[in-house]
Design a protein around this ligand. Structure first.
Ligand code: PMP
Length: 457
């Protein structure tokens, strides 16, 4: 067996890691962590550390680690038929069954699912299909997309542009033309502290209306948003936000893309965030929870309205020219079928709802009054603690102080993984849905201890 030292050296010499401080990693300044195993809500590294994964990987291992039902389905699929493509009407039992299972669970007005590999490519698909749709409808000018600051929609050229976080734009020449960003629906971080929640929603709507008026509704194809802002800080929308935004979009015939890569399949305690907030999207993006990350698979779910137009739009060859080699990969599809079945059999969405509410309630009780905690918020199995320099005046820390990163490091050394969200000193939690109340207590107690350790009592 390879020693840790050898792996560490090979890693630094050869492995170009995503979203990593490249120079620090190559110099060996940041600890390289080699994960070797996992079960339920815990992961283990090669140094024998076993920690509670309060972020389910990248909020994706919703069913928990080490589920035999899913790994057996993958092994069976791999040995019977490891691959066949989905072009020109080809399918497999797994991909066809999964499409049926997804559509049985999706909101009633949705029509079909186009499978991809990850959330980024599914959002790229959504935008391409929207352009295709507007070309078929004879509206070639209607192509711009409105996203929100602090939204996260992927790391591709278009999806990295839609993402509203400076880290994903700087020095990459993004955002591309045709992508616009409107106000993040983050009531805690509103600029005008005098605003009530209702006034803040009115301000978000006003900003959107002004943007549409300035650009012209006939140039705007879509608005994309996560039902709950995820990577931008785990921020549930203010009361009435989605109803008000949807009314504006409907008035101007602008399509809604609900990016449910995080919220799809139960993270909010409802099957979809669209059910949770009564959204009527034209597209729903799904990924992570579709397979609980046992294999890569994503999807773009399109509405009846969109499908009816797409169907007419074939070129003179009769072919829609958009596809990936691994779209609807049978191993991912087999994982998806077993995962969705398991989630239902064990009522894991019910557990996400119950234990998620408990986690949020206990977190609020434990740290909500701390002088450097500005906000504790969440929905379903999502929870965040936002740290501030001055609670009364809502003053934020200098990002260079890396307070959130320090708290997360202290938390990790006590045996719990939280995530320092990329913008602001926000500690995020998105555990697997099988989290127990005792594990929720452990997350809360250790978060409190880590905050005290870094910021004092
Ligand atoms: N959309 C959302 C809401 C996400 O959270 C993510 C990933 N965190 C993506 C899209 C991109 O997914 P992927 O990393 O699988 O490309």
């Amino acid at each position: 067996m390879l020693t840790n030292d050898v792996l560490d050296q090979w890693d630094r010499e050869n492995f170009f890691h995503p979203s990593t401080h490249l120079a620090q990693h190559a110099r060996g300044e940041s600890a390289s962590r080699i994960i070797s195993g996992a079960k339920d809500c815990h992961i283990e590294d090669r140094n024998g550390n076993r920690v509670l994964d309060g972020f389910a990987g990248l909020y994706c291992v919703n069913a928990g680690y080490g589920r035999r039902e899913i790994t057996d389905a993958i092994a069976k699929q791999a040995s019977e038929l490891s691959y066949y493509h989905a072009y020109a009407g080809h399918g497999t039992e797994a991909s066809i069954t999964l499409a049926k299972m997804v559509m049985d669970r999706a909101p009633a007005h949705m029509s079909k699912v186009y499978f991809g590999l990850g959330g980024s490519d599914a959002n790229e698909t959504n935008i391409k299909l929207l352009w295709y749709y507007n070309n078929i409808l004879g509206r070639p000018e209607k192509k711009k997309v409105i996203s929100r600051w602090r939204g996260y929609h992927g790391s591709g050229l278009m999806t990295g542009s839609l993402t509203g976080l400076s880290l994903f734009h700087a020095k990459f020449d993004l955002p591309l033309d045709g992508v616009l960003h409107t106000v993040a629906p983050d009531f805690f971080r509103r600029e005008n502290l005098e605003q009530s929640e209702a006034e803040f929603v009115a301000y978000c709507v006003e900003h959107l209306e002004e943007m549409i008026a300035l650009e012209g509704a006939d140039t705007i194809a879509a608005f994309i948003g996560e039902p709950v802002l995820g990577t931008g800080g785990i921020v549930p929308p203010p009361e009435g936000y989605w109803a008000a935004i949807q009314a504006v979009l409907q008035k101007h015939d602008i399509a809604l893309i609900a990016d449910e890569v995080v919220t799809g399949f139960g993270r909010l305690g409802s099957m979809f965030g669209s059910d949770h907030y009564d959204l009527k999207p034209d597209f729903i993006t799904i990924a992570k929870g579709l397979t609980s990350a046992y294999a890569p698979l994503s999807g773009s779910i399109v509405s009846d309205k969109v499908w009816k137009v797409l169907e007419q739009g074939a070129d003179e060859n009769g072919v829609m020219g958009h596809g990936w080699t691994y779209a609807a990969h049978p191993i991912g599809a087999a994982a998806g079928v077993a995962n969705l079945q398991l989630i239902e059999d064990l009522d894991l969405i019910g557990n996400a709802r119950d234990v998620g509410a408990y986690l949020n309630q206990q977190m609020r009780a434990a740290v909500g009054d701390h002088p450097h905690v500005g906000d504790v918020r969440g929905e379903g199995m999502l929870c965040a603690v936002e740290l501030v320099k001055d609670r009364e005046g809502r003053k934020f820390y200098d990002p260079a102080d890396k307070i959130g990163v320090q708290v997360v490091a202290a938390l990790l050394s006590s045996g719990v993984i939280g995530r320092a969200m990329p913008q602001g000193d926000i500690i995020g939690f998105a555990p697997p849905f099988c989290l127990t109340r005792a594990e929720a207590d452990e997350i809360v107690e250790k978060t409190k201890a880590a905050i005290h350790q870094v910021l004092g009592a």
